[in-house]
Design a protein around this ligand. Structure first.
Ligand code: URA
Length: 421
């Protein structure tokens, strides 16, 4: 094979053979196919697509570029992946809840880039907490606690790490076969037997339309089935932030509220819905709502945080500067736009512009009102927190059109739109 032959085949609308796919992914990982060649191929894939067969093979080649973990921890293993949203802290209460129900939950996670937050960035606001674990530590913690949330280990799907960085700078992120194979290669390499995908739809999501989100969910599930995983996907709403907290430490605080039996209803509902689906994929009969109410999920959370060096009782940081946004008129809050709130929190310092930048643990936004609630002019609507007050004007500019207020309450929209198995 030569890279040019593979690029030409895809450029002209053909399907790549298994041998071509195996060769090009391997040769790219080894540095034998150059970045400019792989970016031409990625663009041809973006424009001409890949069949389900090609996508499954491409994923397999990316898994085979690195190691595949063998967990073998004495309980059924199940993981969840979210395509990312604003205020999406669900992994934090979900992993200990599903572990408290009897599964082992290896949640290898990433950092945030752009307006969606990263699970590791949120947890790093807990004093002492450590994201990097060795494979042996992951296995030991799955046996002793049942849940681990940590950084992806270097050896998993190295082809994806290289290709994702390339796609990021060549305008080729937005191709469903490439997104689906990227996500699934990491999850398959991680070694869990079952997987539930939370595919977000709406302004704050990667996929803005339901049609795109359904196509991505179908591609993800199809790759999982091809690799022998017990897999399903929930299509869930991301037009408005999840819960009331958007940021890092503030999202940990809200997650702890949920684990202690309180917290916003949407966060509780989605956590329980995903837990039910994960337990069902893992073949475990337990009632996650009852386990959450019993306090056992909080106990598991505290053990999980301590096992990784954190203090679950420690006070969490809060940005030193506070700014309150008030309601401009009387009426029902009809709209609170996830994308605008996400970008504003990011500008306040909760997210990063380049992947080597640090994040502020205490930066973020608290939504004091949620869609459907009645407002009186002048009442506090949002609380902004940051350590860099010079960022506040830019955050406010982003928020200028984030809210809608009307005489009628908005129609209620379902949080879980569909389940794809
Ligand atoms: N997340 C990933 O892991 N990969 C993509 O390609 C897009 C989102």
């Amino acid at each position: 094979h030569t890279a040019v032959d593979v690029i030409r085949a895809k450029r002209d609308g053909g399907a790549l053979s298994d041998e071509q796919i195996d060769w090009v992914v391997d040769a790219y990982t080894e540095g034998l196919v150059a970045d400019e060649q792989m970016s031409a191929l990625a663009m041809a894939i973006l424009l001409n697509g890949m069949t389900a067969r090609e996508t499954a093979r491409w994923t397999r080649a990316m898994v085979d570029s690195g190691e595949r973990l063998h967990l073998d921890v004495g309980r059924p293993t199940v993981d969840k992946h979210s395509t990312g949203g604003v205020g999406d802290k669900i992994t934090l209460p979900l992993a200990p809840l599903v572990a408290a129900c009897g599964a082992a939950v290896p949640q290898l996670s990433g950092r945030g880039l752009g307006h969606t937050g990263g699970t590791l960035d949120k947890l790093e606001s807990i004093p002492g907490w450590r994201a990097r674990l060795s494979v042996d530590e992951v296995r030991a913690q799955l046996r002793s606690v049942g849940a681990v949330i940590c950084a992806t280990t270097e050896g998993l799907a190295p082809a994806d790490r290289k290709l994702y960085a390339l796609r990021d700078v060549t305008g080729t992120v937005e191709a469903i076969p490439l997104i689906a194979s990227s996500i699934m290669s990491k999850k398959i390499a991680e070694g869990a037997e079952a997987l539930v995908l939370d595919v977000k739809v709406g302004s704050g999501a990667f996929m803005k339309s339901e049609e795109q989100a359904r196509a991505l969910a179908a591609a993800l599930v199809s790759i999982g089935v091809d690799h022998g995983l017990a897999v399903s996907a929930l299509l869930t709403d991301m037009s408005t932030p999840l819960g009331r907290a958007v940021g890092n430490a503030v999202e940990v605080e809200e997650s702890v509220d949920v684990l202690k039996g309180g917290g916003p209803q949407d966060v509780v509902d989605l956590t329980v819905a995903l837990a039910r689906e994960m337990l069902s994929r893992a073949g475990i009969t337990a009632d996650p709502a009852a386990v959450l109410a019993s306090g056992e999920a909080y106990e598991t959370w505290a053990r999980m945080i301590r096992a990784q060096g954190g203090d679950p009782e420690a006070a969490l940081p809060r940005g030193g500067h506070r700014h309150v946004v008030t309601a401009a008129a009387d009426g029902y809050l009809t709209r609170q736009d996830a994308y605008a709130i996400g970008v504003a929190a990011w500008r306040l310092g909760a997210g990063r512009a380049r992947k080597e930048d640090p994040v502020q643990a205490g930066a973020g936004i608290l939504c004091l009102a949620k869609p459907g609630e009645r407002l009186v002019e002048g009442q506090p609507l949002l609380e902004l927190y940051t350590d860099t007050p010079e960022a506040i004007p830019a955050a406010l500019a982003t928020l200028a059109d984030a809210h809608g207020v009307g005489d009628e309450p908005p129609p209620s929209t379902p949080l879980v739109i569909d389940t794809i198995r």
